[in-house]
Design a protein around this ligand. Structure first.
Ligand code: CU
Length: 402
């Protein structure tokens, strides 16, 4: 019995548990991953009602290809949409921010929550822990020297000291209360996010991530890790670079809805102080907001199988205008932008008609570039569609019905 339990535990650790086995039968990184993906009832219904159209199918097919294929095709004759998306998505990362630096301590924090948390750690916890450790060490050394057998041959027979006992009970309690105040305040800030400006849904798969943008036409991107040589070619850190980054506008409050299609994963980006488990059949939520454009790397934080270490996360924070252009290049729409009225939805596809896609994207990158330098504001987002409830897809449905 014990042996079989152990075997099961080992199998589960390597992603061979029954749940995983079913998922593994599906071809990995297939463009149709969404169809089999979300196990949550709400999400499943939404996917079933929204068949993948030609646009999103096209936009998915490319990122899901093996890295070499997409690289060579890019070298030969890139389409306008590819040029657009690659010039946007291939910004160089900062070696000191958003990725491991090899230094002690946390990565530099770029979100308000991250700044609060690292202040709590650096200004309160670390000094307190150091002081207590040094104090206890000093007491031990004193006792060892002062009361050693040669210096103190006849030990005192004292067993109680009321004042001392009250003190060593009360002082630790007061220290814990002092820590609890900023700790609970931080927790409250983490779990009471401001109103979201956009929602991104991340789905963990063995072993890659898919992202959908429900506020922007529900398009999907598939994010696979780059091979070492490809990451090197692009000047990105190995094991962290991906082919398709999550792109979000600077200054916007991003609501991350996180779930899984197979086993438990965990979506997290250390520089954002954001991490949440991706559990099949559940929609977990975290959020981040940063005023600093750049590229921020994360990884799967839950041992999810053989290639657990090879499903990194890369979030690119861009100007609102660049974000709008990126959304258009992926076949999505900005909230409030004109929806295609005819049945011919490929009319605004960047693949079939790059000009129309650029027009639909609203502000052009050049016009917005100067605007963002002076005012890095979140993009204009229709209040009604900005934050659909987690469990209901009503807002998205009605928007798509237009
Ligand atoms: Cu994982």
């Amino acid at each position: 019995m014990k042996i079989s339990l152990k075997l099961f535990a080992v199998a589960a650790a390597f992603g061979m548990a029954p749940v995983a086995a079913v998922a593994q039968n599906a071809p990995a990184a297939a463009p149709t991953a969404t169809a089999a993906a979300p196990a949550a009832p709400g999400a499943q219904a939404a996917t079933a009602q929204q068949p993948i159209d030609a646009i999103s199918a096209n936009s998915q097919a490319q990122p899901a290809q093996p890295e070499e294929a997409s690289l060579t095709s890019r070298d030969e004759q890139p389409s306008k949409a590819e040029v657009l998306s690659s010039s946007l998505a291939r910004t160089q990362p900062d070696a000191e921010v958003g990725q491991p630096t090899g230094k002690l301590g946390f990565q530099p924090q770029v979100t308000p929550i991250g700044e609060e948390a690292s202040w709590f750690h650096n200004a309160i916890l670390l000094p307190l822990i150091t002081a207590i450790s040094v104090f206890v060490l000093a007491l031990l050394l004193y006792v060892m020297i002062r009361f050693r057998r040669s210096a103190n041959p006849t030990p005192s027979r004292t067993t109680h000291n009321t004042m001392l006992e009250i003190a060593w009970t009360l002082v630790p309690v007061l220290i814990l209360v002092a820590i609890a105040v900023p700790s609970i305040r931080l927790l409250a800030h983490q779990y009471s996010p401001p109103k979201a400006d956009l929602t991104v849904k991340a789905t963990g798969n063995q072993w890659y991530w898919t992202y959908t943008y429900p506020d922007h036409g529900d398009f999907e991107i598939v994010s696979n890790m780059l091979k070492d040589e490809d990451a090197k070619k692009r000047g990105e850190p190995r094991l962290l670079a991906v082919d398709e980054r999550v792109v979000v506008p600077v200054g916007a409050t991003v609501k991350m809805i996180v779930t899984s299609a197979d086993v438990i994963h965990s979506w997290g980006v250390p520089a954002f102080w954001a991490k949440v488990d991706a559990v099949p059949g559940r929609l977990n939520e975290t959020w981040f907001k940063t005023d600093r454009p750049g590229i921020y790397y994360g990884q799967c934080f839950e041992l999810c199988g053989a290639r657990h270490a090879y499903m990194p996360i890369a979030v690119e924070v861009v100007t609102p205008a660049q974000f709008a252009a990126w959304v258009a290049s992926k076949g999505g729409t900005m909230p409030g932008a004109a929806q295609p009225k005819s049945g011919d939805e490929t009319a605004t596809s960047p693949i079939t008609n790059p000009g129309a896609a650029a027009a639909a994207a609203g502000p052009t990158p050049t016009a917005g570039g100067s605007a963002t330098e002076t005012s890095p504001e979140p993009p204009a987002i229709t209040p009604g569609t900005s934050a659909p409830p987690v469990s209901s897809q009503g807002a998205t449905e009605s928007k798509r019905g237009n």
